[in-house]
Structure formats: C-alpha cells, structure tokens
Design a protein around this ligand. Structure first.
Ligand code: ADP
Ligand code: MG
Length: 431
C-alpha cells in the first residue's frame, strides 16, 4: 500500500530567534554526543542504575563493553542525529526553545521533509500568497545526511565497498530513506538495503574484521532500525554484535546509541556535567544548557523520593519517560500519577526519568492524512535540527547542521511522532 506522507495544509509560524538558536547550537550537540560516545567512564556511571532494571539498555550496554574489551576495529565514526525542540510559552507570553530529546539512531524524515517546503510554497501561491511563499526557506537534510555518509565511505577507503542501510522487516518509511539513498547513487556510491535477519544469514568478518555481506564488503552501516526491543530475537542480537565488532563505520556505533538515552539526557542537566564532558568549550556548554528543560533522576534515594512525590501531587507539570524511542512510550497526567504511585518504592522506578512538561502556544491548522477526515485542529509544533559529523581517529573532519524538520500535531495527543501516526510534516514560517 502506498500512502502519501501526512502534512499540514499550511506552514506554521516559528519564532525566527528560536529557529536560529536551534541551528546555532547544533554543532555543539554534535560535539557533545561524540564526546559522550568516547567516554566509557561517563556512560558506565550514568547508566549503572538503569541497566540494573532495564533489560534492553542492559543488553546494548553488554555489547558496548564486549566490543571495547576486544578493541575497536572501527577507526572512522559517523554521527547523524536530530535534536528536537518545542517552544515553551512563559507566563508573560514569550516563547523559549526547550530541547525534547536528541535522537542518535535512525533519526528520520530528513528525506521526505526535503520536499515539504515545495508543497507549502505551492499551497501559498494557490492561496494568492506569493510574497509569503517566497519567504519559505530551502531545506534539504537528505543532501546533508548523504554528505556525511559519503565522507565516511570515502575515509573507509575502499572503492568497491558499499553502504548498507539496515532497514525494518516491514518498511513503512521507505521513501524517506530512498531520498538519502538517491543522493548517494548520484555520487556513484553503491547502496544495499538489508535487514538484521539478512546480516545473521549472510554477514561475516575477515581476519581484520572487515564486514562482508555475501562476499560484498560494507564500508558504512546506516541503521534505520534497531532502537526498539521488539526487533531483537537471539539471532538479531548476534547480528548486531557482528556489526559492532566489525571495522565498518556504524551510524551510529553502539556507544553513540547509548549516548542518546533519556537517562544520559537527564544526567547532562546536572550542574557541571557538560563542562566536564566538553573541557575547553565553555561557550558550547552554555549554549547547550540554555536549551534544557528541567530533568530529574528517579534513582533510589532522597532526591528521587522527593521529585516522585512532587510529580504525584502535580502530574500535569511533568512527563514520565522510560528508556525507549519511537513515540508512544511516555506517560502524562493521571496515568503518570498512577504508574509512579505503583513503582515509587521499587527499583523499577530507576528505569524512568522525569521531565518538565513543555507547554507551547497552540495555533490552528489542517492536518492532511490519508483516509482521515479533513478538519481544523488546534496544533503544536516540534522543531528538529539534523546534525552530521565524521571523526577519523581523534580528529573531527566534519561537523555540520544539515537541515531541519518541523512536525505538527493536534493538542489532544500528548505523545507521538509522524511514524506513530500522530504528528504530520510541516514547514516553518519564520516570524
Ligand atoms: P521518543 O523517543 O519516543 O520520540 P520523546 O522524548 O521525543 O520520545 O517524546 C515523544 C513525544 O512526546 C514528543 O515528540 C513530544 O510530542 C512529547 N513530549 C516529550 N517530552 C515532552 C515534554 N517535556 N513536554 C511536552 N511534550 C513532550
Ligand atoms: Mg522523539
């Protein structure tokens, strides 16, 4: 079945200053994620309580440790991330940029959103808004993501080797991926699409741990899968381990995936942590910190007891987040209260973090979704900035912001992205 990707009828207003702030901090976030991924001590300490109770994170962490013990064969590192924000509306009506999360694995919609500005430009023209149409910014994350993949492929240094997109069994978002793929073919780089099961069946390493799929060498593994527990049976875990042990450039490597956990995000907000992770970059730390919302640890102890009690008393102030990706996992309001009451005295509590709930100013728009009735909705938007970086050994050879994504949803949905069927693609109209 082929459906069009859902989108808003009209572009949504975005404060120019916040949009520019989000772009300006992206290289700092790239630097930070890359630094965390190389800091074993920090990851170990930060995730210690989480991996005691969260099996999925624990399993990823075990692979991470196993690969480190053997010694890394990989020498070129490629990060593609997307830092997501909402515009928090203060009591005086001014909006502030607040990071929701940073996605360090399978950050999607950079492909499809390379087309959305064209759609909205046309809509505005049809409505006679030619002047407004001309103000929509060009945006092509697909090109930026492909540039990073191409750079990593080149540094890997084998003309014959391919780029492997690691994709889902049921490929619901194939056209988004194709936009990036086509940019690579245009650069004469071969792309193959494989599933974990294919890797289990066809993958092998040679003596220097070069990765081969049925005899074809793989330079770069670009994960568009692998971030939810349900994907992994025993064979797929083995496939994941094989990939991580290999010399191929993983986007991301397992350390970088762990750097994107909600627990890491929460620990970053502690005073002094950013500064320690980014020594010599005090301005970068300050720019990053300025985007943080309140984040709270639920680890066992007094600090966790206190914030758990506060959240139970006033659940609408918070979001309760487990270590999961992909939308639909967070808890709000009454449900937050119920769950927290149930787990507040058990170690299970430490598999979650608490975050201040961001409250943006809603605006009216039409959400267009295949097979859904068309109706005007009160909506809020989430801005994502794509980041791309490449490191060779210890040297960062590429560090860029690669474009943006605006997703908009009706206010009755607390949670969920485009893939979850809640948000739709949008274009920022800067005001
Ligand atoms: P996931 O990894 O599942 O995407 P997110 O942290 O991005 O997890 O949360 C999913 C969605 O929930 C977001 O896209 C946003 O709509 C909503 N959300 C998350 N955190 C907050 C928050 N602090 N305040 C308001 N809404 C939030
Ligand atoms: Mg998200």
């Amino acid at each position: 079945v082929v459906n069009y990707a859902p989108f808003t009828l009209l572009p949504s207003a975005v404060p120019r200053a916040l949009f520019e702030q989000a772009y300006a901090v992206q290289q700092d976030f790239n630097l930070l994620v890359d630094a965390i991924s190389q800091n074993k001590e920090f990851l170990e300490k930060t995730l210690a309580s989480t991996i005691k109770v969260d099996d999925f994170t624990a399993r990823l962490f075990r692979i991470y440790m196993q690969v480190l013990e053997e010694g890394l064969a990989q020498t070129v590192f490629l990060g593609i991330n997307r830092s997501d924000y909402m515009f928090d509306c203060g009591v005086d009506g001014t909006a502030a940029l607040r990071q929701i999360e940073i996605n360090t694995i399978a950050a999607s919609f950079g492909g499809l959103t390379s087309r959305t500005a064209d759609v909205h430009r046309l809509v505005l023209k049809v409505l006679g808004k030619t002047e407004e149409a001309s103000r929509l910014l060009p945006n092509n994350p697909a090109k930026g993501l492909a540039l990073g993949i191409a750079k990593a492929w080149e540094l890997y240094g084998s003309q014959r080797a391919v780029v492997m997109f690691l994709v889902e069994d049921v490929q619901r978002n194939i056209f988004d991926q194709r936009c990036v793929e086509i940019e690579l073919w245009n650069r004469n780089i071969r792309v193959v699409r494989k599933r974990f099961r294919d890797v289990f069946e066809q993958g092998s390493l040679d003596a220097s741990r070069r990765l081969f799929m049925d005899g074809q060498e793989v330079a770069v593994v670009y994960y568009r899968e692998g971030y939810v527990p349900q994907v992994y049976d025993q064979q797929n875990w083995e496939a994941r381990l094989l990939l991580e042990r290999s010399r191929a450039v993983k986007c991301p490597d397992i350390a970088t995936q762990l750097a994107g956990t909600k627990k890491v995000q929460q620990e970053l907000s502690r005073p002094g942590t950013l500064e320690k992770l980014l020594p010599g970059h005090p301005e970068a730390s300050a720019r990053i910190r300025a985007t943080f919302a309140g984040l709270y640890s639920l680890d066992e102890g007094e600090e966790g007891d206190r914030i758990a009690a506060t959240a139970i008393a006033d659940p609408d102030r918070f979001v309760l987040k487990p270590q999961r990706e992909g939308g639909g996992n967070n808890l709000y309001g009454e449900e937050l209260k119920e769950v927290l009451e149930k787990i507040k005295d058990s170690p299970e509590r430490t598999s979650y973090i608490l975050m201040d709930k961001i409250k943006p100013q809603p605006a009216l728009n039409y959400l267009l979704r295949a097979h859904s009735p068309l109706q005007m909705s009160e909506c809020i938007s989430e801005l994502g900035i794509f980041g791309v970086y490449v490191r060779q050994g210890r040297e960062l050879v590429l560090n860029q912001a690669a474009g943006h994504l605006l997703r908009t949803k009706a206010i009755e949905h607390a949670d969920g992205g485009v893939a979850a069927g809640v948000a739709v693609l949008d274009t920022p109209y800067l005001v």
